[in-house]
Design a protein around this ligand. Sequence first.
Ligand code: COA
Length: 344
Amino acid sequence: MTLPARVFKNPRARHNFKGRTCSIVSVGSYIPDRVLSNADLEKMVDTTDEWILTRTGIKERRIAAQHQATSDLAAKAARAALERAHISPNEIDLIILATITPDMPFPSTACLVQEKIGAKKAAAFDIQAACSGFIFALEIGQQFIMSRTCDTILVIGAEKLSSIVNWTDRNTCVLFGDGAGAAILRYRPNAHGLLTACMGSDGARAGLLCLPGGGSAFPASHETVASGLHFLRMDGREAYKNAVTAMYTAAREALRRCELDISQIHCIIPHQANRRIIDTVAQRLGAKPEQLFVNLETRGNTSAASVAIALDEAVRGKRIQRGDLVLLIVFGAGLTWGAAVIEW
Ligand SMILES: CC(C)(COP(=O)(O)OP(=O)(O)OC[C@H]1O[C@@H](n2cnc3c(N)ncnc32)[C@H](O)[C@@H]1OP(=O)(O)O)[C@@H](O)C(=O)NCCC(=O)NCCS
């Protein structure tokens, strides 16, 4: 199928651009079988289905089995993306995996995935940008494709957040879920692909959302475990306010770089953290509700996997067609944020 040529002033987005562009040629995802509903949580902490639904938009989330580590979820998502594109694991040059719940502090979870999927010639490393990780990983991968350093890159966002959530803390445990999403990056002639990806960080607000224990600052000890430093901690209200501002600003910047108006975007995939955050950002951007893709209700917040899973589900659900303009918007701990515009 030949698509009508779209003209962008952004040089990277021109078909006669001299360099290589980077396209997502395939996506895949995996979510664990076990459903944890709001009704289940009512039996675990002092909460109600009504509170969770009205404050967050979440009805249920998926929880990985005890024997499943993040690399298992990631490998399943990767295999799905590879199969869909008829690409052999041997063709992968590089694996970039974004996660805040690696199997172990080292080696990288990307190396464990390399072994699991049999991507023998791939180099592999993890990146850590919390819930913004998938866009950060896409942008890194894009640089390797555009510079001709690599031809085929596997980018994964994968999390087993259930392993770092305090299941007695109602402020946080209702929000998160497990899962993984993967994308294959390649140069695709005559396609714009990833038009832009912008990223930002603010370490001054690192304390808003963090896991304090188990690193070099507070190495694991009886004391760190007794004080619960090995659990995720969050200032929900501040995270909320910062998320709205950062996601709006990142999205505006990505659109500005591509000289696009929000009305030209076919599908907006925001980080799936809270329905109220998503709706406020969309409203400020002037987006229509039908432009949004939201799977938060059944997935919860899966951090680095969030937009990766949503992208796969949007593609499989035919919400995104070849040639459509897609806007991804993320926000996470760090703080970190970003937005990407893709011509599918
Ligand atoms: C966490 C969040 C849902 C809380 O919603 P909120 O409207 O801000 O609620 P508040 O924090 O003001 O808390 C209101 C009350 O509900 C209570 N509450 C918190 N969690 C609850 C739960 N699961 N069930 C019932 N009550 C709960 C609080 O204790 C508080 O009670 P208090 O007023 O007696 O102290 C919301 O702040 C949020 O989504 N923040 C962003 C989190 C996020 O996305 N983080 C990840 C970013 S990548």
